[in-house]
Each structure stands twice: as structure tokens, then as C-alpha cells.
Design a protein around this ligand. Structure first.
Ligand code: TRP
Length: 448
């Protein structure tokens, strides 16, 4: 399909609020609830939070806004969108490659994202059974390892989630997301706020968690912290992969993209901070490990829940909220793969959806098997899971982010009306992003 064959008449969000819901549904996910708290814990708290906020404001939000602009101008198919805008600006056709890069990263992320979403699903069902009077819910390191060692359980969870997500997209991209997000977004926010209030009341440790999160201790920062903060700023805002580009394509011409983009970034940040302020008080109240890494959500937190009055109910609320967030991000990731497959293989949207869901399932199954049956396999000394996580967050996302920053600063920013927004985007995309990303890649490749 060529860029010019994209029909300008495309579906639109039923309102701009729906764009904010859908884009936040993409941004708010396991990155906020699972990853953010544990990397804050691994990097010692406040100083890392500051560094992360700086990356978010300096590079993340400008890129998010830039991506949405490219989508509105170029249409909902990633590679064609870049090509179309590039052609108009007499820039190279190679920029279309950013679409392919985005789709490859999406598929790599999906492979482990579907597995972690599956774990969240397993814990949710478990807490629900506990609330209904069944056995005690899963808690502690042994229960987590037992789940990791069970390929059948994990594969069933991955299958259930991928099939459901596939159906929502198959049904109709914007319509599917809108009908899901209309209920998911309010339910999610209510659950999160209720959890925050209840945890603060029962543990009495909210103050301590606040201090931990917002009082910087720069001695706790390692050199790698910058890379982690930057990679996570991209990951959590879902930028650098054309997901926001696709959603931008469904926006009307009058929508104020910078304002919408900032709302999404603010919501995403508020939710990450709220999640951390739910998790750390529990960790502190029961002297659990705050630097427990990826297990924080699945080991320390459920342990804390079992010690709280009505803990099963807390657990159910928390894991349900996490599942909703993970699911809406999974949909957004699959949509990237779908759109790119559709334009590249020139197949119908429904076939592309089937392929994207199939590829996600295969990736999820491979990650599951690599942790269980094939656990001796490693790539560059890493497990498949860690390889996919690190390759995407530390390398591929920054590289495609750099490409997009350069593209937007040349193709979009010059045409913007003079004013503070243009100054902000130019600063972020022309100067801060390239500098930050080059320093990051250099530090990874050569070390300091
Ligand atoms: N932002 C999501 C999260 O925090 C993960 C993610 C990264 C994503 N890139 C994406 C989701 C692209 C959808 C589309 O969990």
C-alpha cells in the first residue's frame, strides 16, 4: 500500500476525551504498576524519581506529542504515515523504517508483556477465590516460583488474555477500545483511589513512603540509573513505537494535541506515583524488601496483603486494577502490530488482527517455555524474558525514540505557530532527546 492510497476519511474518536482515555489506557499499564515501583526500589527512591520525572518532561512528553502530530498528519498506518509526511517535506523514504522498527519492538514487548499480564490474571483469580472462601491466596516467594514452574497454568493465562484482546480489536479498533475504556478507566481510578486510602489507613506508613519517594538521596543513584529512567520514560508513555501515532490519526483537525498529550503524561505519572504509594507503605509496614526487583508485585505485595485485615479483598482490588491496566496496554501493543502488518502485507484488518494475536501468543508461549521446559536457553547470557525486556527498554526504544525526535523536529516543529509549545518541543526534540539518548547509548556501549 502506498502512502497516497490512505483514504483521508478515517474513523474518529467519539470525543477528545475518548482519545485521552485510549491513550492513557495504552500508557498506563504494567510499566506503572509493576515496573515503576520496583525500579524505584532498586534505585533507592527519591533521587531516581526526580531523574525519571526530568526524562519524562524533557523527552517523553515532547515525543508523545510529536508522535500524535505525525499520526494526525500522516494517517493510521505507521510506515505510510512517516513516508507521507517525509515525502511532503522532501525527506528520505528511509524514515518509513520507523514504522517497522515500532512494530518489531511492539512484538518483542508483547512476548513478555503477555506473560506478566497472565501472572496478574492468575493472581486476580486466586484472590477472587480466596475472597469467596476458597483456599488462602497465593503469597510469598514459593508460590511465585511454583507458578513460574508451571507452564500449563501460564500458557492458559496467556491464551485467555491474548484471545480476549484479539476479539476486542477484531471487533473494531476505535470502537473496540472506546467500548472497553469507557468502563475500564473509571473502574480503574475508583479501585486505585480506594486502595490508596485503605492502605494509608491500615498501615499508617503513607508518610514514610512519601519521604522515600520524594526525598532525594543522590548517593543511592548508580550510573545505570539514568539509562533506566530514560528507557522507562519511553516505555511508560508508550512512545517510540507508533502506538500514539495510530491514536493520533483518529483525532480531528482542531484537537489541541499538546494539551491532550500533556494530560496523558500527567495521568500516567499520577498513576505510577499512586501505585508506588500503595505498594511501599505495605512493604515498609511489614519490613519486606523494597528492592525485590520484578518480584515486588508478586512476592512482597501479596505477602503484605495476607498480613492486613481484609487482605484478600485488598489483593483482589489491587490485582483487578492491575489486570485492567495491563489488558488495555496489551490491546494497544497488538494494534501497533496489526496496523503495520496490514499495510506491509497488504491484508485486511481482520487478517492482520489474527496474525498479530497469533504472533503475540507464539511470543508469550516461547517466553513461558523458556522459563520452564527450555530453561537452559540463554541469549547473550540473559534469559529470553530479560533479553526482551532489556533489548527493548535499553536499546531499541531509545534508538527509535531518537529517530522520531529527529524526524518530528525537522518535519513537524518548523510548521508550528511560534509560542511556548514550539519552544518546548524544539528544546525537547532537537536538543534534549538527541543528547540524552546519545549519552545513554554511549554509556551502554562503552561504559563510563
Ligand atoms: N506503556 C505501557 C506500560 O506502561 C507499555 C507500553 C510500552 C506500551 N509501549 C507501548 C503499551 C506501546 C502500548 C503501546 O505498561
Amino acid at each position: 500500500m502506498t502512502a497516497s492510497s490512505i483514504a483521508p476519511a478515517r474513523p474518529h474518536w467519539s470525543s477528545r476525551l475518548m482519545f485521552v482515555f485510549a491513550a492513557s489506557g495504552s500508557a498506563v499499564g504494567l510499566g506503572n504498576i509493576w515496573k515503576f515501583p520496583y525500579i524505584v526500589g532498586e534505585n533507592g527512591g527519591g533521587a531516581f524519581v526526580l531523574l525519571y520525572l526530568a526524562c519524562l518532561i524533557g523527552l517523553g512528553a515532547p515525543l508523545l506529542i510529536g508522535e500524535v502530530f505525525v499520526g494526525r498528519k500522516g494517517g493510521e498506518f505507521p510506515a505510510s504515515a512517516f513516508l507521507r509526511v517525509a515525502r511532503e517535506k522532501a525527506m528520505s523514504r528511509l524514515w518509513g523504517g520507523l514504522g517497522a522498527l515500532g512494530a518489531i519492538i511492539a512484538l518483542m514487548i508483547l512476548a513478555f508483556y503477555s506473560v506478566v499480564s497472565g501472572w496478574v490474571g492468575i493472581y486476580t483469580v486466586d484472590f477472587a477465590q480466596a475472597v469467596l472462601g476458597g483456599d488462602a491466596a497465593r503469597s510469598g516467594a514459593d508460590a511465585f516460583s511454583a507458578m513460574l514452574a508451571d507452564p500449563t497454568l501460564q500458557l492458559s493465562a496467556v491464551t485467555a488474555i491474548v484471545v480476549t484482546a484479539g476479539l476486542v480489536i477484531y471487533y473494531d479498533v476505535t470502537g473496540g477500545i472506546q467500548s472497553v475504556m469507557r468502563y475500564v478507566a473509571p473502574l480503574f481510578v475508583v479501585l486505585l483511589v480506594a486502595m490508596l486510602v485503605m492502605v494509608a489507613a491500615t498501615t499508617g506508613k503513607l508518610g514514610e513512603a512519601f519521604t522515600y519517594m520524594f526525598q532525594p538521596d543522590f548517593s543511592a543513584l548508580s550510573v545505570d540509573a539514568f539509562g533506566e529512567a530514560l528507557g522507562h520514560a519511553f516505555f511508560t508513555l508508550s512512545v517510540g513505537m507508533c502506538g500514539m501515532l495510530i491514536y493520533g490519526a483518529y483525532l480531528d483537525d482542531e484537537a489541541n494535541i499538546p494539551r491532550l498529550g500533556i494530560s496523558v503524561a500527567l495521568l500516567d505519572t499520577a498513576i505510577a506515583i499512586a501505585a508506588a504509594l500503595i505498594i511501599f507503605p505495605i512493604v515498609f509496614a511489614f519490613n519486606l524488601e523494597s528492592n525485590g526487583g520484578p518480584g515486588l508485585l508478586f512476592i512482597a505485595l501479596p505477602q503484605g496483603f495476607t498480613l492486613l485485615p481484609n487482605g484478600d479483598l485488598f489483593g483482589l482490588g489491587f490485582f483487578t486494577a492491575t489486570l485492567l491496566a495491563a489488558f488495555s496496554s496489551l490491546i494497544a501493543l497488538m494494534i501497533i502490530a496489526r496496523h503495520w502488518l496490514e499495510e506491509t502485507l497488504n491484508v485486511s484488518g481482520s487478517s492482520a488482527t489474527l496474525m498479530a494475536a497469533g504472533a503475540t501468543w507464539i511470543g508469550g508461549a516461547a517466553v513461558t517455555l523458556s522459563m520452564t521446559v527450555w530453561d537452559s536457553i540463554s541469549i547473550l547470557g540473559l534469559s529470553l524474558f530479560d533479553f526482551l525486556d532489556q533489548a527493548t527498554s535499553s536499546w531499541l526504544l531509545p534508538i527509535s525514540g531518537l529517530g522520531m525526535a529527529i524526524f518530528v523536529s525537522r518535519a513537524i516543529v518548523p510548521d508550528m505557530p511560534e509560542g511556548p509549545v514550539k519552544i518546548y518541543l524544539r528544546a525537547g526534540l532537537t536538543y534534549i532527546a538527541p543528547l540524552g539518548i546519545v549519552v545513554l547509548i554511549w554509556s551502554k556501549a562503552v561504559g563510563f
